[in-house]
Design a binder for this molecule. Sequence first.
Ligand code: DGL
Length: 272
Amino acid sequence: MKINKSIGVFDSGLGGLRIFKSLTDSLPDYNYIYLGDNARLPYGSRSFDVIYKFTVEAVDFLFKNGCEIVILACNTASAESLRKIQQEYLPKNYPEKRVLGVIVPTVEYVANDLKSKKVGVIGTQNTINSKVFIKEFHKINSEIEVFQKASPLLVPLIESGEGSTEIENTVLKNYLRTLTSQEIDTLILGCTHYGFWKEKIKRIVGNNVRVVCEEDVVPRKLKDYLQRHPEIEKNINKEGERLFYLTDFSYNFKYLAEKFFQEKINFKKSTL
Ligand code: DGL
């Protein structure tokens, strides 16, 4: 099943649904297809070659099902694969289509706010190892100090959907302490999953730290991108259609996704 002339949103699992929802809430007229590769989650600890292969398969699937543009709503995929996809894969295979990430728009948003001098980033092991946030900040302003903390236990804890246990809070506090001890003024949630714990994270870091979530940034950046690229925008239909694909029908995923959307979702199975 496909929706022609649509916007594709891809994540390794649940977190991208938050970006998907915020896109469809902010720009509701466009057609959208979501793909969550939950059968192969987590991406955060895999090698570059495997992440690239999985991401290319996902992008190819979304293009074949009618997407004109794909948002990699996954920091790990954006950090590890976006550049190679844009520079090598697209020109060879889909020169007229586009793939965009979530990291550069978020960095631009934070760096252009002159109040940000000491920025903390939490993310998966791969995102942090890639140092992509540091590199992108320093392209814009080399005086911004960036402190990073890999937080590999958060994705499985969030996907378990437990809620608020003592173990979760202890793990989270330990990760965040490394950054708050540097007196950061801004904290970027550099993994789409972490949005599910946004309020909990805000309570721990306190009012003096601004918490930035990509789902609040990406829709306005996409709107701006489409305004600057009418040749792409005109290829996306405005019929408000939605389609959800998963690579595995796990009960927990469906439960958490429907709880988040507060409605029943007709997920379709994709075999990548
Ligand atoms: N959603 C991914 C991200 O934003 C993390 C989940 C994973 O490890 O697959 O980095």
